[in-house]
Design a protein around this ligand. Sequence first.
Ligand code: UD1
Ligand code: CA
Length: 457
Amino acid sequence: MKITTIILAAGKGTRMCSDQPKVLHKIANKPLLRHVYDLSSQLTDNSVHIVIGHGAELVKQALNLPEVNWIEQLQQLGTGHAVQQASGFIADEDMVLILYGDVPLLKLATLNRLLANVSQQSIALLTVNLENSTGYGRIVRNDSGEVIKIVEEKDATDAEKNILEVNTGIMAVPGDKLKRWLDQLDNDNAQNEYYLTDIIEMAVAEGISVVTNQPETVDEVLGVNNRMQLAQLERIYQQQQAEQLMARGVTLRDPLRFDLRGSLDSLGQDIEIDINVILEGNNSIGNNVKIGPNTHIKNSLIGDNVEILGLCIIEDAQIGQGSRIGPYARLRPETVLAANVHIGNFVEIKKSAIAEETKINHLSYIGDASIGSKVNIGAGTITCNYDGANKFRTIIEDGAFIGSDTQLIAPVTVGKNATIGAGSTITRDTPADQLTLSRVKQVSVSSWQRPTKQEKS
Ligand code: UD1
Ligand code: CA
């Protein structure tokens, strides 16, 4: 069965009070519409058509999906009108699946169940029972329990308003019949809209059966209309991800205070994550990794047995096994740490490779540097990599010892096992194995007297 998925995404989303089209608002850093597209792209033998209207260009650009057929609905005259715009792309023998671009938490299993229940001689509707069905289209059944129509809130009688089973909007309809019914839609209703839901009555009149399926939880079919709902769906999504991670052997000290905004390309065992950790983009985390509270990690590769203490910010970095980072460390892009490196508090590292067992424990800036193994960088060391116009590299060879408060004016090389005296400003390459220091001679003034406070007149 070839599937033609049509995602409706032309609506404005007035209640978001935003310059951005609604479907570009994000859950876990991913546009709502992208969640729906990613789901649909998991269906087999499927082509995806997206109906856009408000902010059409912005939506197309933001999603950047060349494999999608983008269809513009110039005026938003209703869900039926939206699907009509895609009519020309529907083949008779296709099964058409309708999805909404602002309903992001739907599950593949639910769609597959819906599709397994539909045939060329039926329609499958995804419905849900709500405690309060206000605002939704109600599923009207006859005495034998068969669906006979969907009635919208504004067109419903008081009796119909009491129905708690509602239309989620998600449905599967055979292509040939859908196209024929779309041609027959009118806007003779309370909202003067072309309702897609009117096809149900047409189907029933032709003796086509309407089968219904329900999702596992209501969460799957919740839509986003305002920022409160956006926040609610974010929390639901994060809770689901947290549960998946715990099922894979991750300890989350508090699943309610954890955010995964992206993917974990690989995930070891016995990882412990403290509260308020944000994992963003694509990260890989090895075995026995501990991540302290309030840490943000983006697009990074973290080896086995790494310990990251609290309050670190790590982006586009690689951290070798057994390394210890933080607290209060910032690893900026292109930081590559080998095994057993120690990076301590208030240390910033950028575009630098640091070999095994090197320690940079306090208050340092290391940028554009290559640092060998077993190097000790004292507190307050700064690689002066920038002259205001260009950047230059600092090379520190294996076993070097850099005294505290040293400035290394790049380009400069510190030789193997060299020692730099504390407080030095190093402007030229320093030889291996020797002590190099640049320091003003210390003087003491024996006649010195401290000033005393003057009497006010
Ligand atoms: C629709 C259904 C209703 C259902 C509800 C579920 C109809 C007539 N009503 O109502 O039965 O209970 O969804 O949330 O189908 N859209 C377009 N172009 C348009 C109109 C809408 O692309 O011209 C898109 C919207 O962007 C949105 C989706 O279709 O993604 C649903 O539109 P919306 O206006 O929210 O439909 P409701 O009136 O809530
Ligand atoms: Ca809606």
